[in-house]
Design a protein around this ligand. Structure first.
Ligand code: MOS
Length: 767
């Protein structure tokens, strides 16, 4: 039963927030009723299929579409010669700042080829099969040139790019004097870590369905942000924002590859306008490897200086990664390295090498996941060199304030995560000697690592309508990537309104709804819960005004702070007999419904009036805000086959208020499993001479399946943070993956005495 005081900070005791409620959209998903972006049955629908480049660098010398055009059912074959140009290119300097294109280069606008798999033609036909067949009949002759392959290419020119303000190329950051501190350090460890290129591979491939009605465009799109996609399309097509509607009711995973606007979306819209019919385009699994970005292949060199007691005195970090021919882009690995441990001297820098590939992008904890792999392995090397327990060395370097900016933490429960994780896992039973524990033929190892993820400042809006039949509709243009946004936001709204969950419906994923941020950087739970909380306050205030001004109402003269709402009945907290239902109050006022709106903030630094005005989150810019956690991993390594199995896992996280115990646990399991995948399996390989991906399918691109994963133990530390947002919620989308690869690598080191610094740790590296 939910019950709510008007100005209560966060959720009421005994409310539904935090409860392990089953997914509200679960039934729709398992019965097929949930509509994904490629599943809208539209009249006159046609199908778009790309024909793609077989070379990685050069020009289109000629292109012949005659055969394809002759096929039955083919409506059009677009190439750079006949597809209408867009109004604004993604790299246009006068582009609006509210969207960031995945890459600056747009295919099908010129004869240039920058990467293999780049679209060279777009066929539109009346069936998918006809379009696919016709696309195979497009004949292209190329003027091919020798491509470059990035950091794996011995000819590659490696250079330090200039940081772009507000851009995606991070720059050199330094505090203190790391070089001098390193020279004086009595203990030093240095090593280079490599991370394979990774692709996101969500279950649902990216899909666009574009429908024009006159000069209005509706796009059903698999995107992590409907507003981002709306801004991108309206800019590139030269349309006012309100003429573009973007709908994403369900998303089958995103992991960052649906967090930017990529070429296929605007090209499909352009094709639909040209043929005068709705066009649906779904990327094939193989095209997913060359259309929506990836995590760049990268090397990191990290050098630690420390005292004999294991206190860090200097951290030097350098990253080198591959980027496309037209954009400078790199994950910002140094940020997490700069704040995880107390250390007065620090420097990070970034180098890149060009490759004939598309631009890389945000991928599952971009920066934090690969960055912690390096620092958390290096910390274990330091611990090993000094004969200190890995957990103990982390405690000796525990950062009581954020070392990157000197600020206090809004909350930090990492010590509790370490302690609880160690207890659940049985860390104290670990034999300190590496390679010394056996079980049958297997070498047994235990490893651990820290996790953290920042609170990225964000704001968004929500609307609440309470109807005179006693139910409510709550709306925000947010995304549910599949992790439970529908469910947790219904819980938040139910408690904030004092209604049972059955009488609340939460709607999302449409640009006609109030604007919410892109679901990226783990901001959705924190931002949207806060917006809903504020909108609910506004709606309740308006309902109460109807009664407090009405002499015949038992609530005549009541003020918001005197009131409690329970099961849709508003009453005086001190005299519960005096009250009436939302329905009765609206009935008396002859209203069918009343509407409240609210803006929510996640993180600090915002001064907009009205944003979280009622929460206690004032002056938050003084604080550094992060979630924290700890992973503990046991592996069995087969010394003859080099095969690694993760046999036990404990993850303990502290992320403020947990909105739903069940969906949160599932999300943490998913993140950790992806981390185990990155540690042991995930890699996209490219042939260095042709610069083509050689394993661009789910048969050859390995991710863990259930048989690879043990029964994992996940817990949360109860944490109250009044600075983050109105609900005290920190995101849990990405933290669960951060540090996982290091925990696995550290366990392998403990099992075998061998340090493998190359991800993924496949069997041949342990032979
Ligand atoms: Mo996430 S990689 O910030 O979409």
């Amino acid at each position: 039963m939910s019950e709510s005081n008007f100005f209560d900070f966060a959720a009421p005791a005994g409310g539904v927030v935090g409860q392990p409620l089953d997914r509200i959209d679960g039934r729709a998903k398992v019965t097929g009723a949930a509509r994904y972006s490629a599943e809208y049955p539209l009249g006159g629908l046609t199908y778009g299929v790309f024909s793609t480049s077989s070379i990685a660098k050069g020009r289109i010398a000629s292109i012949d579409t005659t055969l394809a055009m002759k096929e039955p059912g083919v409506l059009a074959v677009f190439t750079h010669l006949n597809l209408p140009k867009v109004a604004k290119m993604p790299d246009s300097p006068e582009r609006n700042n509210s969207w960031s294109p995945g890459q600056s280069f747009l295919p099908l606008m010129s004869d240039e080829i920058f990467y293999s798999g780049q679209p060279v033609a777009l066929v539109v036909a009346d069936t998918f099969e006809r379009a696919t067949h016709a696309a195979s009949l497009v004949r292209v002759s190329y003027q091919a040139e020798m491509p470059v392959a990035g950091i794996v290419d011995p000819r590659a020119e490696v250079y330090e790019a200039k940081a772009v303000q507000g851009g995606r190329m991070p720059g050199r950051t330094r505090r203190g004097n790391p070089q001098a501190a390193l020279e004086q350090a009595p203990v030093r460890v240095t090593a280079t870590y490599t991370h394979a290129m990774n692709h996101h591979n969500p279950m649902e491939p990216s899909a666009t369905t574009a429908v024009w009605e006159g000069d209005r465009l509706t796009v059903y799109e698999s995107t992590q942000g409907v507003t981002m996609t709306q801004s991108a399309l309206s800019d590139m097509l030269g349309l006012p924002r309100d003429k573009v509607r973007v709908v994403t009711q369900f998303l089958g995973g995103g992991f960052g590859c649906k967090g930017s606007s990529w070429p296929h979306t605007v090209l499909t819209a352009q094709a639909a306008r040209a043929v005068g019919r709705p066009v649906k385009l779904v990327l094939t699994r193989r095209q997913m490897f060359t259309s929506v970005g990836h995590r760049e292949d990268q090397r990191q060199t990290i050098t630690l200086g420390a005292t004999k007691e294991g206190k860090l005195t200097a951290i030097l970090h350098e990253k080198t990664s591959s980027t496309s021919m037209f954009d400078e882009w790199a994950e910002s690995n140094g940020k997490v390295i700069s704040m995880l441990y107390e250390c007065p001297n620090f420097e990070t820098s970034y180098k890149i090498a060009r490759a004939n590939i598309m631009t890389s992008t945000y991928t599952r904890a971009p920066g934090e996941a690969p960055g912690t792999f390096a620092i958390e392995c290096a910390m274990d090397d330091l611990a090993d060199q000094l004969g200190i327990d890995p957990l103990e060395i982390r405690l000796r370097n525990y950062a009581e304030r954020d070392p990157s900016n000197g600020q206090a933490w809004s909350s930090k429960s990492l010590k509790q995560c370490y302690a609880r994780g160690a207890e659940l896992f049985g860390w104290s039973k670990r034999n300190p000697k590496a390679g010394a524990t056996r079980q049958g033929r297997y070498l047994v190892g235990m490893g651990m690592a820290s996790a953290t993820y920042p609170v990225h400042n964000s704001q968004g809006m929500a609307r609440v309508r309470i109807f005179s039949d006693g139910h409510a509709v709550v709306q925000s243009g947010a995304t549910d990537m599949g992790v439970g946004t529908y469910t947790v936001m219904t819980q938040v709204a139910a408690d904030a309104l004092g209604l049972p969950v059955e009488r609340v419906r939460f709607e999302l994923g449409d640009t006609t709804l109030p604007t919410a941020p892109l679901s990226g950087g783990s901001v959705t739970a924190g931002t949207v819960s806060s917006a809903i909380f504020m909108a609910a306050q506004d709606a309740k205030r308006k309902v109460l005004e109807l009664a407090s001004g009405n002499k015949t109402s038992p609530l005549f003269g009541a003020k918001p702070e005197d009131i409690t709402v329970e099961n849709g009945r508003v009453f005086l907290t001190k005299n519960p007999a005096k009250g009436e239902t939302y329905a009765a109050m609206l009935e008396h006022a002859r209203l069918t419904d009343i509407e409240g709106s609210g803006a929510g903030r996640y993180g600090g630094g915002y001064t907009s009036p009205g944003v979280n005005a009622d929460s206690k989150g004032q002056g938050t810019e003084k604080y550094s805000m992060h979630s924290f956690g700890a992973h503990f991993c046991e592996v069995h390594v087969d010394p003859e086959l080099g095969r690694v199995r993760v046999t036990r896992w404990v993850g303990v996280h502290a992320a403020g208020r947990i909105l739903n115990a069940k969906t949160a646990r599932s999300q943490v399991l998913g993140g950790a499993i992806f981390g185990i995948g990155a540690a042991l399996m995930e890699a996209t390989h490219r042939d260095p001479s042709w610069v083509r991906y050689t394993n661009a399918d789910l048969g050859d691109y390995h991710i863990p399946v259930s048989a690879d994963i043990p029964d994992m133990q996940v817990e949360f530390i109860d944490e109250h943070d009044s600075h983050i947002n109105a609900m005290g919620v920190k995101g849990i989308g990405e933290i669960a993956m951060v540090g996982v690869a290091a925990a696995v690598a550290n366990a392998i080191f403990h099992a075998t005495g061998r340090r493998v610094r190359e991800l993924p740790i496949t069997p041949e590296k342990l032979m």
